[in-house]
Design a protein around this ligand. Structure first.
Ligand code: FAD
Length: 371
């Protein structure tokens, strides 16, 4: 048996556990200091911006589109395995365009997507008025409709990944903190170039043997990598969001696309419920960011400006979370920890961890099976 220890059971760690559970001969343990989906994942809105992303090529676009494809298969698979429904919006994403926004680049992007089998449609004001009567079109000049993009409930998804992974033999240790990692010396101590190897993972409930260590610990990845003398700098960017309720859904039906404009998402949850968010609040002077009431109010006012009916909504719940953002390099970090043969990083997913989790899991699988 090859022992794999995964630190972190947010959406990224859970997706990796589920993906790896399909490989014969692996004994997989996931360790989290909390219950699953409590950190960034528990705060996320689950908006999956794949085809609507402005990227036209490269690894990040591949990861995004893989995420959409994989969720289309995973969600029904997980629902069947667990018997639990997962909120999964298949109505797509409608991205609002405003005065002065050049539409030409969207036409070009639509042509590129269509050439790769994805759809993007440019809607003019008249089409918007007919299809989305909830919109205030005063400032909105057009919109891009991406029918292939999705939205998923991140906590329900993560719980389902955990349940399905348990069914496939994965062990989970919750309320257990990884406090140390024991690297052994280089296989050949005479060679400076030889890679180190992690052998034992020390937790608050004992030690685990590890042939592979996968660090999917979000913000907790920095102290773990520092303990291995290879610090990876992941910093918090705070996001606030709110769940609101209307007596009835906006628009022609309760199942509508996610609306997104000026970085604000309006996420329909069915009936008259919506998530609105999210703020993007950076740390000031390296201090842990704290929720700013003005920032949340600004997001809500923007949502009301797009859909005036939201002014009548009651607030069900407001929350905040910390996105794990890699400092000085692009998100996410999915690679071998420098200097180590068997330590893999799956961290720093910043604003798109839910979307990028399936492709992250796929990359980790490839790193393990190809070695
Ligand atoms: C308000 C908000 C809205 C968002 N909206 C979206 C969205 O619409 N779409 C999208 O794709 N993404 C969104 N995101 C981003 C997304 O939430 C993150 O990118 C994603 O959740 C990161 O997942 P993760 O599993 O890497 O980290 P986390 O969910 O933070 O999980 C890391 C886990 O590691 C555990 N851990 C850390 N250190 C240790 C240790 N030493 N021992 C044991 N366990 C440890 C923690 O307890 C935690 O459970 C949003 C984020 C926020 C805050």
């Amino acid at each position: 048996m090859t022992h794999v220890v995964i630190v972190g059971c947010g959406v990224v760690g859970a997706a990796i556990a589920y993906e790896l559970s399909h490989i014969e001969g692996l004994s997989i343990t996931v360790v989290d200091r909390q219950q699953p989906a409590q950190a960034a994942t528990g705060a996320a809105l689950g908006v999956l911006m794949g085809a609507i992303s402005t990227k036209t090529k490269g690894n990040n676009l591949w990861m995004r589109l893989t995420g959409i494809e994989r969720y289309n298969a995973w969600v029904p698979e997980l629902e069947a395995l667990t018997g639990q429904p997962i909120l999964f919006n298949r109505q797509g994403i409608l991205r609002l365009c405003f005065e002065d926004e050049p539409l030409e680049r969207w036409r070009e992007l639509a042509a590129i997507r269509i050439s790769h089998g994805w759809r993007l449609e440019l809607l003019d004001r008249a089409q918007l008025a007919a299809t989305y009567p909830q919109l205030n079109l005063e400032r909105i000049t057009a919109a891009i409709y991406s029918p292939d993009d999705r939205q998923v409930d991140p906590a329900a998804l993560t719980q389902a990944l955990v349940l399905a992974a348990v069914q496939r033999g994965v062990t989970f240790e919750f309320e257990t903190t990884v406090v140390g990692v024991e690297p052994c010396d280089r296989a050949n101590p005479l060679s400076e170039l030889a890679l180190q190897q992690c052998q034992q993972v020390h937790t608050t409930s004992g030690s685990l043997a590890a042939d592979w260590l996968v660090i999917a610990a979000g913000l907790g990845s920095t102290p773990l990598t520092a303990a291995l003398q290879q610090p990876v700098d992941i910093r918090p960017v705070l996001g606030q969001a709110v769940h609101v309720r209307l007596p009835q859904p906006m628009g022609h039906s309760q199942w509508q696309p996610v609306l997104t404009g000026e970085d604000v998402h309006i996420v329909p949850l069915g009936k008259g419920d919506y998530w609105l968010g999210a703020t993007v609040e950076f740390p000031i002077n390296s201090l842990m960011p704290l929720p700013d009431a003005v920032a949340l109010d600004t997001v809500m006012q923007q949502a009301i400006a797009f859909c005036p009916a939201l002014a009548e909504a009651t607030i069900v719940r407001a929350w905040s979370g910390l996105r794990p953002r890699p400092e000085g390099r692009p998100a996410p970090i999915v690679e071998r920890l420098p200097g180590y043969r068997n330590v893999l990083l799956a961290t720093g997913h910043y604003r798109n961890g839910v979307l990028l989790a399936p492709a992250t899991a796929e990359k980790i699988r490839q790193l393990i099976v190809s070695t």
